[in-house]
Design a protein. Structure first.
Length: 452
């Protein structure tokens, strides 16, 4: 989502105070200067109340306080810079924030968490944040911020200059037509700059696959379809299976489709592989005769976010140690009947908005609670219902491949007993496995993270 239109030169300011409350007061004044009917004192109270229970410090010297109010605009984002740093105490160790972004959303907006997540991704890169903090004045800071938010920092057109890539694309088009493919998937992370926006195959849908569209300089509005899939390997087409799975959940790919994929080593600037994927064959054992891979109540973006966190845990672990965990998504009413708490529920009592998996501040919270025994139970809309839950469905236990333990058995059983989907991270191998209707699908194979 393009968020550059939510920034304004008049709402980018130098912060004069050194306290969190003072900084929020300054930002609110800048943000609401032209708005009528906004009670700043009440908005400030809401912001400080959130900070007292859940810090909005993101890291890299950046904080992202946020609030919803009744106003005519959909979104307003105020930005404050402090070279000295604002002390952010929150609920953990005090940190100093040099850049504070304050998104204010209309109460009626439905894509609030999506916008919040997009803003958080924008300031995740430490070099980009440093360029903002070191900007000579707020005008330059604003220009750099808008350029980064709009994806204007890279130059397209590499494909036009590389004859070998042109030949590969012609070959891919011939293969796609000869194989009656419904789409061509271009693994864009092969390139070091954004592909030409004019890239497309006549009469065949083109899908770009990338780990991060913003970092690759890809403006989604310039292409037919863009699917973001993080890869933990530099191998050719390492994102392939995850891309097909996510494409199915979004409705971009159908069960009977055939996809032509073209890619190469990440960052090599050279496409060297063409693969044709028959979706029905690839996922036949998982779907059997049914095409509804994703449960009806599970939103695609929720599944993608949970899968992303699971893959990050598989690679990074927690505090240098391997982590095993289980996520159960959807059909929550039935899942709760087949589960019981092993510990006090850490999510009890929080607002649904604050404990939604789509909230960018929940990533570290979920990773921290992954150390607890038991499963995460997550509603289809992303709300975290509980952590540390024992899954108990003995009537649905069945044999699994050797090497899979109790966590995988519980995941398989609950996916049979209810209309849910479960995701398991193995503590011993780092393998990530998805279960649907008792059938398993390895997403990240053991050893992939360290392979080249």
């Amino acid at each position: 989502m393009r968020i550059d239109r939510f920034f304004s030169r008049s709402r980018v300011i130098e912060l004069e105070g050194t306290s969190m409350q003072g900084a929020l007061e300054e930002l609110l004044k800048a943000a609401t200067a032209r708005l009528r009917g906004v009670n700043r004192a009440e908005v400030l109270r809401q912001l400080l109340e959130r900070e007292s229970t859940m810090t909005t410090y993101l890291g890299n010297g950046v904080a992202l306080p946020h609030v919803r109010v009744k106003m005519s605009s959909r979104y307003i984002i105020a930005v404050g810079r402090s070279r000295e740093g604002i002390l952010y105490e929150g609920t953990g160790e005090p940190k100093r924030a040099h850049l504070i972004l304050l998104p204010i959303a209309n109460q009626a907006t439905r894509d609030y968490l999506t916008v919040l997540s997009t803003v958080a991704r924008l300031v995740r890169d430490s070099d980009f944040v440093a360029s903002l903090v070191d900007a000579p004045d707020t005008r330059v800071l604003y220009e750099r911020l808008v350029a980064g938010a709009g994806g204007l920092t890279t130059k397209p057109g590499l494909l036009r200059k590389n004859r070998a890539n042109q030949l590969m694309f012609r070959a891919a088009e011939r293969v796609a037509r000869g194989s009656h493919c419904s789409a061509v998937a271009v693994f864009a992370d092969t390139l070091t700059s954004a592909p030409d926006p004019g890239l497309k195959f006549k009469g065949i849908r083109t899908i770009l696959v990338t780990a991060n569209a913003a970092e690759s300089g890809i403006d989604p509005s310039q292409y037919q379809d863009v699917v973001q899939v993080r890869s933990f390997s530099k191998r050719r087409l390492a994102q392939l299976r995850s891309f097909v799975l996510l494409g199915m959940t979004r409705g971009l790919i159908q069960f009977n489709d055939r996809i032509c994929c073209i890619g190469g080593l990440a960052g090599s600037d050279q496409f060297d592989s063409i693969v044709v994927v028959d979706v029905q064959r690839e996922f036949q054992t998982l779907l059997v005769d049914q095409t509804d891979f994703l449960p009806a109540d599970v939103k695609p973006e929720v599944f993608e976010r949970v899968l992303g966190i699971a893959m990050e845990l598989a690679v990074e672990g927690r505090e240098g140690k391997p982590v095993g965990c289980l996520f159960v998504l959807g059909d929550t009413a039935k899942v709760e009947k087949a589960s019981k708490p092993l510990v006090l529920n850490p999510f009890f009592g929080y607002k649904e908005e604050d404990r939604n998996i789509l909230n960018p501040f929940m990533d570290e919270t979920v990773k921290e609670y992954s150390l607890l025994d038991g499963a995460f139970v997550i509603r289809g809309d992303g709300v975290l219902v509980s952590a540390g839950s024992l899954i108990y469905a003995p009537d649905y236990l069945h044999s699994l491949p050797s090497g899979l333990g109790a966590r995988h058995a519980a995941a398989a059983a609950i996916s049979l007993a209810t209309q849910c989907i479960s995701i398991v991270v193995s503590s011993s191998t780092g393998q990530v496995t998805v279960f649907r209707r008792g059938v398993l699908l390895p997403i990240m194979e053991r050893g992939v993270a360290g392979s080249t």
